[in-house]
Ligand binder design. Sequence first.
Ligand SMILES: [Zn+2]
Length: 187
Amino acid sequence: MDHTSREHDQLVEKLRVLEDAYNNDAPLVSDVEYDKMKNELLRIEAEHPEWTRLDHTTQKPLFDGWDNTILIEPTQVKNRLNAEKLKAKDVKIDRPSLRAEIQGSASVPYQTDLSGCTCPDFRNRKMPCKHMYRLALELGLIEKFPEVDSTIEKAVVQSAAQKWKDEFTQGRISAQLYARVAEALQK
Ligand SMILES: [Zn+2]
């Protein structure tokens, strides 16, 4: 039987609800039923590894698996900075479960955890999106970037971009400083 990625997402969500209920001592289904669904999920993910949102080998959220060299890529720095720009009213954090519901441009809020997100950015790139960074920031797992010095002129920063990049790749400046430049470049 073939599955769509939407069906996969629905199954993931369903299992989450069941797991929450179970963890709150109010199971909604029998263990046998739960196991059946969980096995179905694992079977689907074996067929479609690209849909997997949790590293089943380690059972650790993927966020932990991304090392710093990925987290400081320019696109990732941008996501991280954009995470701080999400409005507080659009972000609902559920600390106990390490999950968030974040209202984006879609009508339905994105379901975010540290291993994945239902937004298009994560689905396309399979790398942490701004929602995941926001969740990680709110949970205190990553540090906030320092404030950007607004007096830095765009032109100056742009002409200096390559120099900053070289400084950074050669280890002479910190990720924080590099990130400041990245943000300044976006303005
Ligand atoms: Zn996302």
